[in-house]
Design a protein around this ligand. Structure first.
Ligand SMILES: *Cc1c(COP(=O)(O)O)cnc(C)c1O
Length: 407
């Protein structure tokens, strides 16, 4: 049983059949649409409460038909961690980190790819390919292995080494490309005719958004159906932000939000090293221009061209939020500070969110009494290159002068 009615072009509203594999319409992404009235009649948040703590608990708002279709590695609900010491750092009352680093493959990419691969397999697809900035490749390789599918991954040659290893170990045919993620995307397109693979690129199929949407559903449920005032989200291709915004709209339509029509301000965070969305936002534009010489150690943010640019910018603007870029040179320090203050394994992408919070607090754009949630999209352990220099801070063991250590 499922409640999908159709797919809909995000650009012009054209309706497309959801019973066959679909990709883009006029080179732009599709929305999955549901019969929300039927869902509201069938289920209530109270019924969700008693289901297992995995993303599949929201099944009425998910696109798959049968339980047997599900390809899963145990996608647990991620904890919403109160961060009093970080809140103090930013001189605010309440700050939470939703810790997605605890999901399979150590990043929130598992939500999207669990759903995309579930749907691909159900629709008869046996071979997939995708370009990746890192974590999407690892997650795709893992879920493809789980589904018994063939997977081809194309990544920039300077992709974090853990992402390279995980793709290979999960059995994907993995290629390093002398170029950026958009160059990898072109190779996937060019290879399609010869290889007959399905293109799993970010937003080029409609179901990854539905998987990422569960971050928003989960957050709403964890906050007892009262959404926070502000969400900071590190943005690359934008599926997470777009998906959460969609989740909030659907919950609103279902009438399940405590304060109807009160949505969080969505803050899309990028690095000064790759900030196409922040740039378009500042210029008042709906479509972004390719960001030249994209370079950031927050590899998940290194997406110079996002096919869903207008979907990100529409959501940010509709929410009364902003798209901001933070100084690339400070990302590592923010990451380190958050890890040391709260013990959360924070990825550099989320480090950028802390820099943005600091900036917006000092501008008064976020008030001290507002309820703020930051998404930690991945685990620090996946970024050995970024962590490496921290080893310089470790003392070599020598006979220790205990008095000196007491200091
Ligand atoms: C992919 C990725 C991002 C960017 O996510 P989008 O939803 O594609 O914008 C942020 N952080 C990490 C760790 C990622 O892997």
């Amino acid at each position: 049983m499922h409640y999908v009615t159709h797919l809909e072009s995000a650009l012009d509203g054209t309706r497309l059949d959801h019973n066959v594999p679909q990709t883009l319409h006029r080179d732009r992404p599709l929305w999955v649409r549901y019969d929300l009235e039927a869902i509201a009649r069938t289920v209530s948040p109270d019924q969700w409460k008693n289901r297992p703590q995995t993303l599949w608990r929201y099944r009425e708002l998910l696109p798959y038909r049968n339980e047997a279709d599900v390809v899963s590695l145990g996608e647990n609900c991620s904890p919403l961690l109160a961060c009093p010491r970080l809140a103090e750092t930013f001189q605010m009352d309440q700050l939470w980190v939703k810790d997605e680093s605890q999901l399979p493959t150590g990043s929130f990419k598992s939500r999207g790819l669990a759903m995309a691969i579930t749907m691909a397999r159900a629709l008869g697809i046996r071979r997939v390919a995708l370009p990746t900035a890192g974590n999407a490749g690892g997650a795709a390789a893992a879920y493809a292995a789980r589904a018994g599918m063939e997977c081809f991954v194309f990544m920039p040659e300077d992709t974090p080494v853990i992402n390279q290893y995980e793709c290979v170990l999960f059995g994907a045919r993995t290629f390093r490309v002398n170029g950026l993620i958009n160059d990898c995307g072109r190779i996937v397109r060019e290879g399609q005719a010869a290889m007959g693979w399905f293109d799993l690129s970010t937003l080029k199929e409609p179901y990854r958004i539905e998987g990422k949407k569960t971050m928003g559903l989960e957050l709403a449920e964890q906050m007892n159906w009262e959404l926070p005032d502000v969400i900071l989200y590190p943005t690359g291709g934008g599926t997470g932000l777009i998906g959460m915004w969609k989740a909030f709209q659907e919950l609103h339509a279902l009438g399940w939000l405590k304060i109807p029509g009160k949505f969080p301000r969505m803050i899309s965070v990028q690095s000064s090293g790759c900030a196409p969305i922040a740039t378009a936002f500042a210029r008042g534009e709906r479509f972004a221009t390719p960001f030249p010489n994209a370079q950031t150690l927050a590899s998940g943010l290194r997406v110079p061209v996002a096919i869903g640019d207008f979907m990100i910018l529409d959501a940010v603007r509709a929410s009364g939020g902003q798209a901001v870029a933070v100084d690339e040179r400070q990302i590592r320090d923010w990451m380190q500070l958050a890890m040391a203050r709260e013990g959360i394994s924070l990825c550099p992408e989320t480090g950028a969110c802390l820099g943005a919070l600091k900036e917006l607090r000092s501008q008064g754009a976020i008030r001290a009494d507002e309820r703020v949630v930051i998404f930690n999209t991945g685990a620090a352990q996946k970024y050995v290159e970024v962590m490496h220099t921290e080893l310089r801070r470790i003392d070599q063991h020598q006979p220790i002068d205990w008095e000196g250590l007491q200091g």
